[in-house]
Design a protein around this ligand. Structure first.
Ligand SMILES: Nc1ncnc2c1ncn2[C@@H]1O[C@H](COP(=O)(O)OP(=O)(O)OP(=O)(O)O)[C@@H](O)[C@H]1O
Ligand SMILES: [Mg+2]
Length: 419
């Protein structure tokens, strides 16, 4: 058992002698269709669908003497549910009359297979998603990391402002329920309250963003402690279902450190969510990469790309000091197969701006980290375009605008456009 871990390679060939059947010796072997049908009863608990519909069964072969050989493709070699899914697969097939033995050959999916599976899982989640106050056309970007303290909150705040600077309506949600830092970073001290009529919470307004955080509800650190157990599961749901977000182009979410419940709850409630991963330039350990791959798998959120934060420090005399090492962002991007979106330099103005509630991305004209955030935002809106741009009307409007700018009269162009 055990074996190679690279994509598409055999991980194991499992068959436990103790599980060989003896009761069905008299029945004839089932057809492979019957085995496929039985395997629909094997559910991947994290993806919430059966292994056949998820495309995880690559082959089924039944020999005349009742030996069933099943190809099982797992999303990643280190899949934590591997033994459970293998065991369920074997038992399901073994339960069919006429089956003498079951061999499960496990492989890891190729990148392409994995992308197909994730989009099937997302489709399914979308069908079952409960309604939230976040419009289905709002693009949701969850800022995550494989470990704490790498700058998720700083990136969330500055990225949100940089996207807003491009002319989009942007919301910023602090999903770090009890480690919240967004109010301080934005300098918000007001409290959020519900509208008397709609009973929906009105987000705070700061630096042109709509902002929601538990830090805007609770009053003291002690209250925060009390909320811990109570709130964690419910707060995210409230933020999505009971906040009047209005029409947003983008919702940026500052995720808590770790890879647990919040990620899963988010993808269940906002299936359109996509993830950007923040890391430091320190060479990524395989552990961090595996944790992120696992997080993406469990939440079936696509990863848009990696942001390397606290990259080289430019001392202003032409020398860049690599305080936290080099190459970590690219390493991580390569190992999870996504692009490196940006390298944000180590810039003391990120710290100062955070301390006084004036994020560096508000700087005009942008330099240093602010420039990196501006470029990151421009790239992100290309990779995750605003929904309106993807509709025919949106494209037509852009075309008309382009032609008008090129000197053509807007009305003439509009009258010539197809309706
Ligand atoms: N590019 C940067 N240059 C200089 N300092 C930075 C930069 N990015 C973040 N910092 C500083 O690093 C510290 C940690 O950043 P931040 O709180 O954003 O990390 P985090 O990943 O959200 O942490 P946590 O996991 O605790 O939520 C802060 O003091 C912040 O000001
Ligand atoms: Mg944080």
């Amino acid at each position: 058992m055990g074996g190679l871990s690279s994509e598409g390679h055999l991980l194991s060939s499992t068959c436990k002698d103790g599980e060989r059947r003896s009761v069905n010796n008299s029945s004839s072997a089932p057809t492979s269709e019957q085995v496929w049908a039985a395997l629909r009863g094997v559910i991947d608990p994290e993806l919430g669908d059966n292994v056949v519909d998820l495309g995880m069964i690559s082959s089924v072969d039944v020999s005349k003497d009742g030996i069933v050989t099943i190809g099982l493709a797992l999303t990643i070699a280190e899949c934590p549910l591997r033994s459970q899914i293998e065991g369920d697969t074997r038992r399901r097939a073994l339960s069919l009359p006429g089956v003498q033995d079951v061999l499960v050959h496990t492989t890891a999916m190729t990148k392409r297979q994995r992308a197909d599976l994730m989009s099937r899982a997302r489709e399914k989640a979308r069908e079952h998603a409960e309604p939230t106050q976040v419009s289905p056309t709002t693009r949701v970007v969850a800022v995550s990391s494989g470990k704490g303290g790498v700058g998720k909150s700083s990136v969330s705040v500055n990225l949100a402002i940089a996207i807003k600077n491009l002319g989009f309506s942007v919301g910023l949600m602090d999903a770090d329920i009890w480690g919240f830092s967004i109010p301080r970073l934005l300098g918000v001290t007001s409290r959020i309250e519900a509208d008397d009529k709609t009973r929906l919470i009105i987000p705070a307004q700061a630096h042109g963003l709509k902002v929601v955080s538990t830090g805007l509800i609770i009053d003291s650190e002690e209250t925060a402690l009390m909320w811990r157990g109570l709130m964690l599961a419910k707060a995210l749901e409230q933020f999505l279902k009971q906040v009047d977000w209005g029409d947003l182009d983008y919702l940026v979410i500052d995720m808590p450190p770790g890879t647990g419940d919040i990620q899963m709850a988010l993808s269940r409630m906002l299936p359109q969510a996509e993830m950007v991963v923040v890391t430091t330039p320190q060479r990524a350990s395989q552990k961090v990469a595996a944790r992120i791959a696992d997080m993406a798998r469990r939440s079936h959120m696509p990863i848009v790309g990696v942001i390397e934060n606290m990259s080289g420090f430019d001392c202003g005399h032409g020398t860049v000091h690599h305080l936290f090492g080099q190459g970590g962002g690219q390493d991580l991007a390569d190992s999870i197969g996504t692009p490196l979106l940006s390298r944000v330099p180590f810039d003391i103005r990120v710290v100062e701006g955070g301390d006084c509630g004036q994020p560096v991305a508000s700087q005009d004209p942008p330099t240093g980290a602010a420039l990196a955030f501006a470029e990151m935002a421009a790239l992100l809106v290309q990779l995750v375009p605003p929904a309106a741009d993807e509709t025919c009307t949106g494209r037509l409007a852009k075309l008309l605008e382009g032609l008008a700018q090129a000197g053509l009269d807007k009305e003439v162009v509009a009258s010539a456009a197809p309706r």
